[in-house]
Design a protein around this ligand. Structure first.
Ligand code: NIG
Ligand code: FE
Length: 410
């Protein structure tokens, strides 16, 4: 079969190609573990789309301009999708890291005005230009770890100007912005309710134009369930998809609220018990597991195996942020998913590709290697694609194709 037309990129002679197959999303149960593996494979990209993929011996003859990328000794997986990051911040929390290493707890530091609020001070001081530069730098880190699609939350501004600048910086950096307007109560407000009056009245109208989704930190010391409901209902009425940070330290009603409001996801779940597991299994709200956060804070891991066995739809993400998860590596998250959450490499791959794309409303466009989808590929320097999870903290991402263009090469 001869093909011609737009300029193409051929990734050839791959040791393996591994991808979740076609089917409805979000994936759960046996479907979460269903990964197609092709040995001695190629992927043909045309413009920003995948035109064909399969075995080298079935490679069609191609007419017209063709660039080639030698995939010998490499494996291709779909460009990774990080559906939960906090990339818009100034300063760092290395002093707090040292205090925690000496025994201080994350919640104690937060209650004492450190934690999230210390990053709020540093982020406000950055200004719009500084925020733009920081998010761009963080986007480069994500790409170098194989991430081609990412969500980025605001939430370290908590004033009108810095929240809106954060959302603009995420969009400019290539991410999908989420307005985390309810992350913490900033010091200029007496209580959560008066802060929410301001956020919903003064920030939401413009935030809704800039963001794709809204998120809330439903937790002891942050926002209570009734406050989270008020915030999310306001955001939903303004057209935003809904996400929740829930069950990180305490079960405070995040899962029932997420189900009731039709949220895309509820994220963290380190404290989720049996009833929450059952409720997620019976609904389409995706449980987004963030094992780097549990590791970084030395907290219990979320019940990943119980959720998967019950049939809950799962995604995995970095939770990249300066306080609880200072990592941009989804390959590391896949390792932790296998060793700490007892998921299989196949379940982990689905959770950082097709299901993460579902959480962002993008499952029809990316998250798998299949004709018609966006040409996003992550190439691993490994003889078997499962090294993605097996090579703990390994530098195995050797090249990244995004939208049919070579975007990163080690
Ligand atoms: O997802 N839990 C709330 N927010 C972030 C951490 C924010 C911070 O510590 O700066 C999280 O872990
Ligand atoms: Fe988070």
């Amino acid at each position: 079969m001869a093909r011609s037309g737009a300029a193409r990129l051929l990734v050839r002679d791959l040791a393996q190609l591994a991808t979740p197959g076609a089917g409805p999303t979000p994936r759960r149960g046996a479907e979460l573990a269903a990964v197609d593996v092709v040995d001695d494979a190629f992927v043909l990209c045309a413009g920003d789309r995948i035109e064909a993929a399969g075995r080298m011996r079935d490679l069609p003859s191609i007419e017209g301009e063709l660039a080639e990328l030698d995939g010998s000794g490499l494996c291709a997986v779909p460009g990774l999708v990080d559906c939960h990051t906090h990339p818009a911040w100034g300063g760092d929390r290395v002093d707090e890291f040292s205090l925690r290493a000496a025994g201080a707890s994350y919640e104690e530091l937060h209650a004492a005005g450190g934690g999230i609020l210390s990053t709020v001070r540093a982020t406000r001081a950055l200004g719009a230009g500084g925020l733009h530069d920081r998010v761009g730098r963080h986007a480069g880190w994500l790409l170098a770890h194989g991430t081609t699609t990412w969500e980025g939350k605001s939430g370290y501004g908590l004033d009108r100007e810095t929240e809106l600048a954060s959302l603009r910086a995420v969009r400019a950096g290539g991410g999908s912005p989420t307005w985390l307007g309810a992350h913490s109560v900033p010091p200029e407000f007496d209580d959560a309710d008066s802060y929410l009056d301001f956020a919903l009245g003064e920030v939401l109208p413009e935030a809704a134009q800039l963001a794709d989704a809204a998120d809330v930190f439903l937790e002891r010391g942050a926002f209570a369930a009734a406050q989270a409901r008020r915030y999310l209902e306001g955001c939903r009425a303004a057209g935003l998809a809904l996400r929740l940070h829930g069950d990180q330290f305490t079960e405070s009603g995040a899962i029932p609220l997420a189900v009731e409001l039709g949220a895309r996801s509820v994220d963290h779940l380190e404290a989720t018990g049996d009833a929450g597991v059952r409720m997620l299994a019976e609904n389409d709200v995706v449980g987004v597991l963030l094992p780097a956060s549990a590791l970084f804070l030395d907290r219990p891991m979320p019940p990943g195996r119980a959720l998967a066995d019950a049939g809950a739809p799962l995604a995995l993400a970095t939770d990249f942020n300066p306080g609880s998860a200072f990592t941009t590596s989804l390959p590391l998250i896949c390792s932790l998913a296998c060793t700490q959450l007892h998921l299989s490499p196949e379940e982990a791959l689905s959770a950082v590709t097709v299901n993460a794309a579902h959480v962002l409303g993008l499952a029809g466009d990316r998250g798998r290697i299949a004709p018609g989808l966006r040409a996003d590929l992550t190439l691993l320097d490994a003889p078997d694609w499962r090294h993605l999870a097996y090579h703990l903290a390994g530098d195995l991402v050797t090249a990244v194709v995004r939208g049919g263009v070579l975007a990163f090469r080690r």
